[in-house]
Write a protein that binds this ligand. Structure first.
Ligand SMILES: [Fe+2]
Ligand SMILES: [Fe+2]
Length: 159
């Protein structure tokens, strides 16, 4: 599996979830809270996958200029994590809730844009095809393990 495609698939899914959030009425608190919960779960899994599997390989293969892009990506993940932590402790009826979701959305859009136009293209140049295939496999395994966990949790909830 191409790791670049896997990463982009996740990006499109999160974008769709933000769109779903935006389509709800202001007072659809339950639905909005559910979508935000899903967004956070998706983003946490995605950033963990990038930080543990992809970014270290990108950094290893980068020259000093490209290394800065990887460091910036880590820093942008940290910004998103802080926003997600704030959202987790915020009541969906809080007047700040929509604003925080909007700021998270904008910061993710910015990060995704940089990743897709800059970081990933330079990684594709720097990292060998063989190494790319290996991280693609690792990322697929990461995703499969996560899907299994979700299935287990769902079947436990049914019992
Ligand atoms: Fe990403
Ligand atoms: Fe990222």
């Amino acid at each position: 599996m191409d790791p670049i495609e896997l990463i982009k698939e996740d990006h499109r899914r999160v974008e769709a979830l933000f769109e779903e959030y935006g389509a709800y009425a202001d007072d659809a608190y339950i639905q909005k809270a559910e979508v935000v919960e899903t967004i956070i779960a998706e983003l946490e899994a995605h950033t963990e996958m990038e930080e543990t599997i992809a970014y270290p390989v990108f950094r290893e293969a980068a020259d000093s200029e490209d290394e800065k892009k990887v460091e910036e990506a880590y820093a942008e993940h940290d910004v998103a994590k802080n926003l997600m932590d704030e959202l987790k402790s915020l009541d969906p009826q809080d007047p700040q809730f929509d604003a925080k979701v909007q700021v998270l959305k904008e910061s993710i859009e910015h990060h995704v844009e940089e990743e897709e136009t800059d970081l990933l293209p330079s990684a594709e140049e720097n990292v060998s095809g063989e190494e790319m295939a290996r991280i693609g496999e690792e990322m697929q395994a990461f995703k499969d393990a996560r899907d299994d966990e979700a299935l287990d949790a769902a079947s436990e909830a049914e019992l």
